[in-house]
Design a protein around this ligand. Structure first.
Ligand SMILES: Cc1cc2nc3c(=O)[nH]c(=O)nc-3n(C[C@H](O)[C@H](O)[C@H](O)COP(=O)(O)OP(=O)(O)OC[C@H]3O[C@@H](n4cnc5c(N)ncnc54)[C@H](O)[C@@H]3O)c2cc1C
Ligand SMILES: *[C@@H]1O[C@H](CO)[C@@H](O)[C@H](O)[C@H]1NC(C)=O
Ligand SMILES: *[C@@H]1O[C@H](CO)[C@@H](O)[C@H](O)[C@H]1NC(C)=O
Ligand SMILES: *[C@@H]1O[C@H](CO)[C@@H](O)[C@H](O)[C@H]1NC(C)=O
Ligand SMILES: CC(=O)N[C@H]1CO[C@H](CO)[C@@H](O)[C@@H]1O
Length: 423
């Protein structure tokens, strides 16, 4: 089977890893000239940990951890309180031991596939046009001018995939706006920085966070929920604008947010990376059409609010490749694409279900709401650190994050008889 994958994020190289083991011939195109260093911590949850264990990449991932020791809240005077340290084998903190920078994870998957004889990577290349998608093949023109035919095209080019627009009808796509924006960039580390995720809840729904990375720099983030229609319009327009417009908006709206806002704003124009993201979920009524299938954020971006985007991309890659491995020689992939969707969609829909009070509760607009939030977090932190009370906290913190949250099907093609690595 000849497979073309668009996008080298998390989903693209992980599906390439599994498909390569089925003997498929894989070409992967990525728009950027190399994997972008942008983005912050992502977490691998539940069954997705089992998948990376099957890939033998657990040690590689742990070695590339972000070095974060846990989460702390910063009060209005800049003092920290309510620590939630990382606990081995449990997720009783907002930081988990499986946290890695998004780009480092993409690199681990890329590195694990790049030398496979069946896998070809073309950076700085895109699918320019889908010429045909029919019984025989899916034929494309690449940006380098080549015209090539494949048996399957996997769209793994992210939440705002342009190709998805060209092959799925517009009424099959629903974008759910969570009325919140996040902006990430990297700043130099100073002696007063520590190895914790420090979260400051500014007033007027402005949040500032700083986290360590394994490169001796600090990852900064602003998040905001617009307070009124004017602000809502400004943020939504900035999404479509260039970096300069986005930086201007941040300067205008965060300069009086308190804590280290000014330090972060001063570092903006020198930042090597800058990523501006509206919190929007993607829902697609059907994930495939003919020989084209969407995977990862392209099919079902859940937003970072769920903490599930990466795990869904990894689990989905495993199921998609597994279902494809069951096809007869030369068979049209439709049967596998349909079973992939029917097996995986229920878990995706569950993961996309965000409680109504999120993200509002973490974006207090008044001092009173901030006090309630601080008090709640402080109580939780105490509870989580007391062995006696810890049992009670399992209601709040998912103690079962090591357990299979999605029942992984077993595919003979991916089973080895080696002892699985223990975490
Ligand atoms: C730069 C960046 C930073 C991110 N930072 C965070 C973060 O800090 N926290 C968080 O929770 N999530 C972040 N995400 C989202 C997170 O990576 C995904 O939610 C999740 O890992 C699922 O990954 P994916 O592979 O489906 O999509 P993505 O990780 O979005 O990967 C899509 C890939 O496709 C490439 N691409 C786009 N268009 C084309 C095209 N036309 N042709 C070829 N390639 C194309 C992109 O450059 C990208 O490499 C970020 C995504 C990106 C792209
Ligand atoms: C996390 O990374 C640091 C160095 O960046 C390393 O010293 C540490 O051993 C890593 N942790 C694990 C669990 O591998
Ligand atoms: C890349 O993969 C090889 C094995 O395939 C491994 O030995 C090496 O450490 C990896 N390098 C990085 C930078 O991840
Ligand atoms: C385990 O794998 C080896 C080689 O890959 C094979 O010879 C052997 O029969 C396998 N054993 C079982 C129990 O599957
Ligand atoms: C940032 C970091 O720790 N990178 C490491 C990721 O793992 C590879 C392979 O083990 C190392 O070579 C990198 O230094």
């Amino acid at each position: 089977m000849r497979v073309l994958i668009s996008g080298v994020g998390v989903a693209g190289p992980s599906v390439a890893w599994f498909l390569a083991r089925t003997g498929a011939l894989i070409t992967t195109v990525e728009k950027t000239p190399a994997i972008l260093p942008h983005g912050q911590n992502i977490d691998i949850q539940g069954s997705a940990r089992k998948v990376v264990r099957k890939m033998g990449l657990v040690d590689e991932i742990l070695k590339n951890n972000t070095t974060e020791k846990g989460t702390k809240i910063i009060d209005a005077k800049g003092r920290s309180f309510a620590p939630f340290p990382v606990k081995q084998g449990a997720s009783r903190s907002f930081t988990s031991e499986f946290e890695i920078l998004r780009a480092d994870l993409a690199k681990v998957f890329y590195n694990a596939t790049k030398d496979h004889p069946n896998v070809e990577y073309l950076f700085g290349t895109t699918v320019k046009e889908i010429i045909s998608n029919n019984e025989e093949a899916v034929k494309v023109e690449l940006s380098n001018g080549e015209i090539r035919s494949f048996d399957l095209l996997i769209l793994a080019d992210g939440q705002w995939s342009k190709l998805r627009k060209t092959c799925f009808p517009s009424d099959s796509l629903t974008v759910i706006d969570k009325d919140m924006y996040a902006v990430y960039w990297t700043i130099p580390r100073i002696p007063s920085d520590d190895d914790w995720w420090n979260i400051y809840f500014g007033l007027d729904s402005r949040v500032i966070t700083l986290r360590p990375d394994p490169y001796g720099t600090i990852r900064a983030m602003f998040t905001r929920m617009p307070l009124n229609e004017d602000q809502r319009r400004a943020w939504s327009e900035a999404c479509r604008g260039d970096r300069q417009t986005q930086e201007q908006l941040l300067r205008k709206e965060f300069s009086d947010a308190g804590w280290q806002a000014q330090r972060l704003l001063d570092s903006l124009d020198k930042a090597p990376d800058f990523y501006f993201q509206p919190m929007q979920q993607i829902k697609l009524s059907h994930w495939s059409t003919g020989r084209i299938v969407c995977l990862g954020d392209t099919a079902h971006a859940p937003t970072p609010l769920t903490g599930m985007g990466t795990s869904l991309a990894i689990n989905g890659a495993y199921v998609l490749a597994g279902e494809l491995s069951k096809l007869e020689e030369g068979e049209h992939p439709a049967r596998a694409l349909d079973s992939f969707e029917s097996i995986f969609r229920p878990f995706v829909e569950e993961s996309q279900d965000i409680p109504w009070f999120v993200p509002g509760v973490a974006h207090p607009d008044t001092a009173w709401k901030r006090w309630i939030l601080h008090t709640g977090l402080s109580t939780l932190s105490t509870v989580a650190s007391s062995p006696w009370l810890r049992k009670l906290s399992s209601v709040v913190f998912d103690e079962n994050s090591e357990m299979e949250d999605f029942k992984l099907p077993i595919y003979p093609a991916f089973e080895t008889n080696e002892t699985e690595q223990e975490i």
